[in-house]
Design a protein around this ligand. Structure first.
Ligand SMILES: Cc1ncc(COP(=O)(O)O)c(C=O)c1O
Length: 464
């Protein structure tokens, strides 16, 4: 029983949750669902319907999602956005097809490249040195890249983990002019549709398929997601066959019930709440001395929309890193946050938060700032890494590998993804050349206490 007991212990410490899932551990959101979890943990029997052939209650819930998000058709996912992205990508392509994907996309997109034997080209985005943040997609560069490229599908992330919103309307228009399909990874944007105080949802902006993690930004259980078909360009027959192939044959009814409850919450209370929270965030940001990134700064410098529920705290220029902010918020304030890098700490806000919770967070950050001891902090030399591809993703996956110390990895070809986590976005992919500058960067992240998938006990996988 150690595992369960440890979870309960952490739940006690994690009093103010600024991380996923979006219900923030608040039982009251689910009404009597907590008491009934065991009795509704069903399999397919008379009355419970079947996710892989929905005719009654699951069909109704999918129709409910479709109505709320105003889509052609919506599907429940119980294996997260991961399975939604994989099903979308694999179903709308054939092996060897050319696809255009945002370089800083989630691992699920890269994994689909292996699974579908696809040929990816990357959409690179710049790193903004004023804000220390990745910029939105440059539309001119995107247009140049897709023209005459025979691209089958385009996959972009909207909003990013950091709340940056590329111009989906324009990207969709250009994608369609070039006879491709646009798949939007809206894992962090299931809440957008509910308020016009937030950037518009990709479902309304011309995307063909949108995949959302309901569990991230809405009060639904972990692993619950939705896939929305928003246009007639999508091959639905193929899509459904991939969903059947990749999703569990024993989908959890508890998870599906939490989607129903999350939609109830949003329609009864959540919309009003998220709007009040956004208003409060704006007021509080104006009172603090640049400790949080502001919507106006993003709009002015990056010329794009910003999802203000991604509260980015930065005390870097005041003397401490994002990782240090995370530690100081956790203890003594009991505030657990979602993500940190050298500069930022991300507090993930959802419609389940309260105005009091938001004020407590702002006050705590202000207090940390007041107590920072004077310290010199180095200028950060950020650069965009564009590693050289030596071997294709698929070949690198199957070739023999060995592990070596990170210190010896320069000039070797990577055998794995190297992914700082969170946000879970690869800096190096299998088959790419590791250079000395990458090694130095990874060593810096390790000393800053940033977890890196692909580096374990300073060992890294390379091709033999
Ligand atoms: C941008 C992005 N896309 C997709 C995913 C995968 O979503 P899920 O955890 O719902 O499978 C994540 C998860 O963090 C993500 O950050």
């Amino acid at each position: 029983m150690k595992f369960y007991k440890e979870l309960l212990k952490t739940a006690k410490k994690d009093k103010f949750r600024y991380h996923m899932p979006g219900h923030k551990g608040k039982k009251e959101i689910f009404g009597d669902l907590g008491e009934n979890i065991v009795s509704i943990d069903f399999t397919e029997v008379e009355g419970t319907d079947n996710l892989h052939n929905p005719k009654t209650i699951i069909k109704d819930l999918q129709n409910r999602l479709s109505e709320i998000y105003d889509t052609k058709k919506s599907y429940i996912l119980i294996n997260g956005s991961t399975v939604g992205l994989q099903s979308a990508i694999l179903s709308q392509t054939s092996p060897k097809d050319k696809v255009l994907i945002q370089r800083d996309c989630h691992k699920a997109v890269y994994n689909s490249m292996f699974l579908g034997d696809l040929n990816p080209e990357y959409i690179w985005t710049n790193f903004n040195k004023e804000l220390y943040i990745k910029e939105p997609i440059d539309i001119e560069k995107f247009e140049k890249k897709i023209k005459n490229s025979d691209t089958k599908i385009v996959v972009v992330t909207y909003p990013t983990y950091y709340g940056i919103c590329s111009n989906i309307e324009k990207i969709a228009e250009i994608t369609h002019e070039n006879n491709a399909i646009l798949i939007v990874d809206e894992a962090h944007g299931a809440h957008l549709k509910f308020s016009n105080q937030l950037p518009q949802a990709a479902e309304e902006l011309g995307a063909d398929i949108v995949v959302q993690s309901l569990h991230k930004t809405l009060p639904a259980f972990t692993q619950t997601s939705a896939l929305h078909v928003c246009s007639d360009r999508v091959d639905i027959v193929r899509l459904e066959s991939f969903l059947k192939m990749l999703q569990s044959s024993s989908p959890s009814y508890v998870l599906m019930a939490s989607i129903d409850k999350a939609m109830d919450y949003m329609q009864e209370k959540g919309i009003e709440n998220i709007e009040a929270i956004v208003k409060e965030i704006r007021t509080l940001k104006n009172k603090t001395e640049n400790l949080f990134i502001k919507k106006e700064d993003i709009e002015e410098i990056l010329k794009c929309n910003y999802d203000e529920t991604k509260l980015l705290i930065s005390l870097y220029k005041k003397g401490i890193t994002g990782a240090e902010v995370e530690k100081r918020l956790r203890d003594p304030y009991g505030i657990f946050t979602e993500l940190w890098d050298i500069v930022y700490n991300l507090a993930y806000v959802s419609p389940a938060d309260s105005i009091e919770d938001i004020r407590y967070l702002f006050n705590s950050v202000e207090e940390i700032y007041q107590n920072i001891e004077a310290k010199d902090i180095s200028e950060i030399e950020f650069e965009i890494f564009k590693p050289e591809k030596k071997v294709s993703l698929k070949d690198a996956f199957y070739l023999d590998k060995r592990k070596i110390d990170i210190k010896e990895a320069a000039n070797k070809i990577s055998g794995d993804f190297i992914i700082p986590y969170p946000p879970g976005i690869p800096i190096i992919c299998p088959g790419e050349l590791i250079e000395n500058k990458h090694v130095k960067y990874f060593e810096k992240l390790i000393t800053e206490n940033i977890e890196i998938l692909g580096i374990e006990e300073n060992q890294i996988s390379i091709l033999k």
